[in-house]
Design a protein around this ligand. Structure first.
Ligand code: ADQ
Length: 744
């Protein structure tokens, strides 16, 4: 509309200007005509009176003179009449016009001298009259007096004003007509066809349009539309072919790869679109406030590590919170962008949250409430009503953002984690045909622990909107079924592993998450060289190197790890100056006090431990507190003789699997907390209880002193497990299960 107005505005201005000039000319012309008319009338009246005035002046007959001047006052539009003697003094004057005497009338002298009549518009006491003065002569042609006719002009100006009014109304009607016709024509010729084309595109995007609904546009737009139709046709054919070929390739039984997962998805989902929703986005645009330089980073998040390769394999749309400070600069008008940056494999749609929303939903309810609730780390969960309300609001916001994208054909929606417990129910209310899976990346607690949450019923109800709910390990599934059974009116089917509530069945399954197995990392060859560089950089020559890679989180047991290293060096002093532990630590959730305090606690502990043992240029801890890219982390894995994962409680822990996958020579040893999901699969790791500092310290010694054949055997077994159960298999299992479900 704005654009249409911009286009029409110059036309309106030109028409208005032309009309105004025309109006001025018209009014002037009319004014002249009216004044001429008055003149003519005044003159004819004066001439008509000339003879009578001559008689009364010759006879000095005041009585008849008064009769004469009063006789005219009843005449239409005549204001008055004055008879003067030869010197210009008033002889008789219309009574109503008595005050006229006071007016200074220089024109009388003119008429007496020139003996010529005189007519002019005259102002008097706020009104305008037309005065016509006629000299009166006797028979000898001697001037004996004057007669002045004062003619009313008051009707002239209202008439002109009325004319202006008429012209203005005509102009306004004209402008409205031009505007209306222009908008109508614009709509018919341009806007409506483009809207129809856009609608067609939208329907095509959502899979609602098929070959039986061709675009019917004509003209230039029609040509464009026809080109679009050809592209759409090719796409339709290509999709079908890919889907058929994929089904054939899937028959072969090999390790799960990106290509195989892609085949499975094409075969199982066909034309049905695939959507992922998570809080954390896979790519963040971060601007350095000081330099203004923008960098693209992959957040240190297990969820991102796991889901990214899947979407790379199968395409689709990933909806996530746009949390980078430069994120808004890199999206299109629909808040979307193609990623990875140079090889767009899928669409990332960013959802914007206000600071208040992020505080309440992410930092508050999700990470100060649900996160400690689900982890046994003795950190008290905090539940605030306003956080809960914001959490609900943000779930609704993500729901709306997703609904905008959903195609008509049954879509598949894959929700990630505890940030979106209410989402499935919200989606099902609008789109009961959608198939929804939720993967819970963290542990699920016992019913006793879960019911601490004041909103546990709403959360369970929200989650049971899903068709499939996945956890890392069977124990978490069992806890969930127990929770639904005890805290909600529902029926738990222990044979089918499902929960039925209000006639809707949700299946619960264990899907141990994994990594891509590093089978296709381009940088793999250079990792060993990079590792050597790191040895130089951190003074690690000849040292036994231990490694920890974590987000800084109290669940990861970083404090316990440093305490165990301290105890190890205390108990086994022969390893002083021979063992260095490198800790890569990415700060996270730093706005939460518990995390802020933890960063300070770890800093202080690392500092104290180094101070206690440092000797010459040797110190036991290299603490690198920052985010590292995957390519930066890989050489550290290569370098490390031991990797320590000491989580106090962890859904899975991908670092353990990344380390194993990176050890191509099958060297190295993994020390793994028994409280991680990974410990259920990586049974060849040295399993520890991180709370038992003594046992932990002994395990470090055991890892160092383990015979290399045993180390190699254990690592080979673990590598086989990770290679066979990689993230593609994880995704394939979930998609196979989801597409096979017979749900209402
Ligand atoms: P996290 O607890 O975030 O997520 P975790 O499994 O520990 O996940 O993986 C962390 C990821 O971040 C790894 O890929 C690691 O390489 C990376 N990372 C760690 N430190 C980093 C650093 N300093 N810089 C850059 N990257 C770093 C949740 C659950 C886990 C579960 C995952 C996946 O808490 O239990 O395994 O999801 O489901």
């Amino acid at each position: 509309m704005k654009r249409i107005l911009l286009f029409i505005l110059p036309i309106l201005i030109i028409v208005a200007a032309a009309f105004t000039v025309f109006g001025i000319i018209q009014v002037r012309f009319e004014e002249e005509k009216l004044i001429e008319d008055v003149q003519r009338k005044a003159r004819s009246i004066a001439e008509g009176m000339e003879l009578s005035v001559r008689h009364v002046l010759e006879d000095n007959d005041l009585k008849n003179a008064n009769y004469l001047v009063e006789k005219f006052q009843t005449r239409e539009r005549l204001q008055g009449c004055v008879i003067y003697n030869r010197t210009g003094e008033v002889f008789a004057i219309t009574r109503r016009f008595r005050d006229w005497k006071e007016k200074q009338k220089l024109y009388l002298i003119d008429v007496i001298q020139t003996k010529e009549p005189h007519g002019e518009l005259e102002q008097f006491k706020g009104y305008t009259v037309y005065s016509y003065v006629l000299p009166v002569f006797n028979e000898d042609k001697t001037l004996i007096g004057l007669v002045e006719i004062l003619h009313d002009t008051s009707y002239v100006f209202p008439r002109l004003a009325a004319m202006w009014r008429r012209l203005s109304v005509t102009l306004a009607v004209l402008l409205v007509l031009i505007l209306g016709i222009s908008i109508f024509l614009q709509n018919q010729i341009f806007v409506l066809p483009v809207q129809r084309l856009t609608e067609w595109f939208k329907h095509f995007q959502k899979g609602e349009t098929d070959a039986d609904q061709p675009i019917k546009e004509k003209g230039e737009l029609g040509k464009l539309a026809s080109e679009v139709e050809q592209v759409a046709l090719s796409l339709r054919v290509a999709r079908k072919t890919i889907s058929d070929q994929a089904s054939q390739r899937l028959q072969k039984d090999e390790l799960w790869t990106e290509a195989k997962l892609r085949d499975l998805i094409h075969a199982k989902l066909g034309d049905n679109a695939f959507f992922v929703i998570s809080n954390r986005e896979p790519y963040m645009h971060i601007m350095d406030e000081a330099t203004g330089a923008v960098s693209l980073i992959r957040p240190a998040s297990g969820v991102v590590t796991a889901i990214h390769p899947i979407l790379c394999a199968c395409g689709g749309t990933w909806i996530a919170h746009g949390s980078g400070n430069a994120d808004k600069k890199f999206v299109n008008s629909k808040d979307k962008l193609g990623v990875p940056p140079k090889d767009n494999r899928y669409i990332l749609k960013r959802v914007w949250l206000s600071k208040q929303e992020e505080d309440g939903y992410y930092y508050g309810f999700s990470n100060e409430g649900l996160w400690p609730l689900c982890h046994n780390t003795h950190t008290r969960p905090l539940f605030r009503e306003e956080d809960w309300l914001t959490y609900r609001k943000v779930n609704r916001k993500f729901c709306d953002s997703l609904l905008e994208e959903l195609p008509v054909q049954r879509p598949f929606i894959f929700i990630q984690d505890y940030h979106f417990t209410l989402l499935a129910k919200m989606i099902k209310e609008k789109r009961p045909d959608a198939k929804i899976a939720l993967f819970w990346h963290i542990p699920w607690p016992t019913p006793e622990a879960f019911q601490i949450c004041p909103y546990h019923k709403d959360i369970l109800e929200g989650m049971l909107g899903c068709d499939l709910i996945g956890f890392h390990v069977q124990n978490h599934c069992n806890n969930f079924l127990d929770t639904a059974n005890r805290l909600l009116e529902s029926r738990v089917d222990t044979e089918k592993f499902s929960v039925v509530r209000s006639g809707k069945e949700s299946f619960v399954r264990a899907f141990p998450i994994s990594i891509n197995g590093h089978t296709d990392r381009a940088a793999a060859g250079s990792d060993t060289q990079q590792a050597e560089k790191l040895r130089q950089e951190f003074n690690l020559k000849g040292q036994i190197v231990g490694l920890g890679v974590d987000r800084i989180d109290y669940t990861k047991g970083i404090v316990e790890r440093i305490l165990a290293i301290d105890r190890f060096l205390e108990k086994y002093p022969q390893y002083r100056k021979r063992f260095v532990f490198v800790q890569l630590a990415a700060p996270s959730r730093t706005h939460i006090k518990r995390y802020h305090d933890l960063i300070a606690e770890i800093d202080e502990l690392a500092e104290r431990t180094n101070w206690k043992y440092m000797d010459g240029d040797w110190k036991p801890l290299v603490y690198l507190e920052r985010y590292f890219s995957a390519d930066e982390i890989a050489p550290f894995y290569s370098l490390a003789d031991i990797c320590i994962v000491s989580s106090l409680h962890d859904g899975m822990n991908l670092v353990a699997k990344e380390y194993v996958a990176e050890k191509r020579d099958a060297g190295g040893c993994l020390i793994l907390s028994q409280f991680t999901g990974a410990s259920k699969e990586l049974t060849d790791a040295l399993l520890i209880n991180p709370y038992s500092i003594e046992e932990f310290a002994d395990s470090i010694r055991r890892a160092i002193e383990m015979p290399s054949e045993e180390k190699m055997k254990r690592m080979q077994n673990m590598r086989k497990t990770v290679a066979e159960n990689n993230v593609y298999r994880w995704a394939a299992n979930i998609i196979t299960e989801l597409t096979a479900l017979k749900t209402a």
